[in-house]
Design a binder for this molecule. Structure first.
Ligand SMILES: C[S@@+](CC[C@H](N)C(=O)[O-])C[C@H]1O[C@@H](n2cnc3c(N)ncnc32)[C@H](O)[C@@H]1O
Length: 298
């Protein structure tokens, strides 16, 4: 069987042929593919050293990627980690020009411009797991919706109504396009707005809230309790994502649970936690955690 060379092996060979001297441990190993747009992550400190040598190295990287995958039309170098309110990166185009991506997963198709909207291909499995946990007829609120990958995967096989809110204006056209393209218009209502402004204007209540921004969810969870429908003994549910350090001496999940419990008690409500799972990691021992919070009146 023909064994495809790794990106690192191809790059090593090319750098050697061209007499470019590079420490082996800083040669990029992998790239992420969003349809025909490839991203090579040069955002960590070690890789930054490579960027100083500029054009020759970038051309070698572009040649190596195209050699590995002939369908690549655009190559972007990611120069910084995702930053800012909209969680977008800084990219440099080193091959091609079109940064619009078309990406398929979970029998859905998503279009977005990765240079000004957030999208992670690594969350496909989490989108499927969340969708599987949802029951027909739920009224769901999805703040921090991005270009709507979570809402769209959820409604694919479920008869539910979703209100999705996202502040980044660049997401709006893609979210609306993706909702139409995936035939989800009757199930998802999308609003481009700040989450707190939106909640101020629309006083609706939901039986479930999927909080999709692990870095900032803790800043908004207090307000979310007010929008759960807890009348007549009903239980509301929050899918809460957060980043936690877990190693043999630390378990930040416990701290998160304690903080949430405190906030719930201040609202004179009670809660229980279930379905706690790791769903990816962003650094050694730093995990993305999903917690299901059942909330009801005392
Ligand atoms: C980590 S991204 C998640 C996007 C999407 N759920 C996904 O998984 O592709 C968080 C999103 O929250 C949005 N956001 C941040 N602050 C916001 C706010 N105050 N109101 C509404 N959206 C906000 C960002 O623009 C970003 O698209």
């Amino acid at each position: 069987m023909k064994c495809k060379k790794t990106l690192k092996t191809i790059l090593k060979e090319k750098f050697a042929e061209q007499n470019i001297k590079i420490e082996e441990n800083i040669i990029p190993r992998a790239y992420e593919l969003f349809g025909s747009v490839a991203i090579i992550d040069m955002s960590n400190f070690e890789h930054q050293k490579l960027l100083h040598d500029l054009s020759e190295i970038k051309k070698t990287i572009a040649d190596a990627l195209i050699e590995r995958n002939k369908n690549i039309k655009t190559i972007l170098l990611k120069k910084n980690k995702l930053e800012g309110e909209f969680r977008t990166g800084e990219y440099e185009i080193i091959f091609g020009k079109d940064t619009d991506c078309v990406y398929k997963e979970n029998n859905c198709v998503f279009e977005f411009d990765i240079t000004n909207t957030y999208f992670s291909t690594k969350l496909g499995n989490e989108r499927r797991l969340l969708a599987e946990s949802i029951c027909d007829n739920e009224e769901i609120f999805c703040p921090f919706a991005g270009v709507c990958p979570f809402p769209i995967v959820i409604v694919k096989d479920k008869n539910v109504k979703i209100t999705a809110v996202e502040k980044n204006p660049y997401c709006e056209k893609y979210a609306i396009h993706n909702i139409i393209k995936n035939k989800a218009k009757d199930k998802i209502k999308f609003y481009c707005d700040d989450i707190l402004d939106f909640l101020d204007k629309h006083k609706k209540k939901y039986n479930r809230i999927a909080m999709l921004a692990p870095k900032i969810n803790h800043e908004f969870i207090d307000q979310m309790f007010d929008f759960l429908d807890l009348e007549n003994g009903k239980t509301g549910l929050i899918d809460y994502y957060c980043f936690c350090k877990i190693d043999k001496n630390t378990d930040e999940v416990q701290l998160v649970k304690e903080e949430i419990k405190k906030k719930i008690e201040e609202k004179n409500l009670k809660c229980s936690f279930k379905n706690i799972r790791k769903c990816g990691n962003r650094a050694p021992y730093q995990y993305r955690i999903h917690i299901e919070i059942d909330v009801c009146k005392k």
